[in-house]
Design a protein around this ligand. Sequence first.
Ligand code: UD1
Length: 422
Amino acid sequence: MDELIIHGGRPLRGTIVLSGSKNATLPILMASVLTAEPVMLSNVPRLGDVRTALALLGTLGVEHEWLGEHELRLCAARILSHEAPYDLVKTMRASFVVLGPLLARARKARVATPGGCAIGARPVNLHVSGVRALGARIQLRHGYFEARAERLTGARIWLDSPSVGATENIMMAGALARGRTVIENAAREPEVCDLAAMLTAMGAQIYGAGTHVIEIEGVERLHGAQHRIIADRIEAGSMMAAAAITGGEVSISNAPVEQLEAVIAKLKEAGVEISSENGGLRVAARGQLRPVELRTLPYPGFPTDLQAQMMALLARARGTSVINETVFENRFMHAPELCRMGADILVKGATAIVRGVAQLSGAQVMATDLRASMGLVLAGLAAENETQVSRVYHLDRGYEALERKLAAVGAQIERLKDDSAE
Ligand code: UD1
């Protein structure tokens, strides 16, 4: 397995360009199942998770072709299989979002249950009850959800919690259903809006994406479309934290400023200087950071996907910060690793108490998930001496060209390739 070797203590300076959003791309790839005509996507990030999604689509009979570094053409002229196999769903939980499109187009779907994951139980009950409300007969057999429906029928669906994946699954199923589907307590994430924009370009009638109530007027068929994926707000927040933790000054030329309000507010509270600049952001940190109290929430609250990165940053603030994780029940796995680098963090249930220390020290660390790994990379950028981050495949799932982007703004970071895996 590859490792990243980081020599910390260098302030980052320069300009970073964000890649396309991973979390917008994955459901949009699944949306290609909804039409027999080709769809063209641009600004698609080259990531491990995108490769997994394309592999899954390939097993269903969806063909794809890269037309450029970030341009992709997909065509689901014929659906050859209606099964999402376990090995692909367990590798990437977002695969479960193929359930709705497959059911809507092929009238049947067999999708493996993802099981638990490193950050929590992550059930799929809301996805399942959603498609059942649309008239699907669905049952769990041998580790797979097996679903059938003649044509789905629109319904009013209340989500107990505003699940991003369930909202996306139901939106795609409802797009081809008979009549109107209303999702109440829908997720408001920008990635849900990007999927709605893609579906609208394909001929769907969707209203209210970005609010708590999304209405979908089902249509008989969808057609091909072109769509440009939005910039990755989580990469933006990660890079803002990288600039801040190193005491550097970085411009993020295509930062989606309006999607980052909660993040900008917390970073400013911590003493980071942030200003708008030519449609992007400039981030600078001088002197000691201040502690903050932080609670992760569904959008537009502070994203759980930036909690680990914020914890790394606050580990060096002057004073005690409190982080409350309300979205996932087990998302502090990075805390003990940060402590191995000299951080002072106490975790009690869903709360982490972070007492800032003057200096972090490089160490060998490993992480259990994508964003936790990024927290460790950030700590390594600020720590004295060398940090080795193992299990880089987590980072490769969701950050495009991470070490190249960081090195371009002055980080001393390199990848140690493990050739034995080849
Ligand atoms: C998406 C993001 C992920 C992010 C998360 C929360 C993608 C590909 N992934 O994941 O990066 O961390 O949103 O912002 O977009 N829940 C249920 N029942 C369900 C579904 C969810 O109880 O059927 C719960 C989950 O356990 C969790 C909460 O709802 O506690 C939020 O999960 P959800 O919004 O569904 O996250 P994902 O779509 O899996």
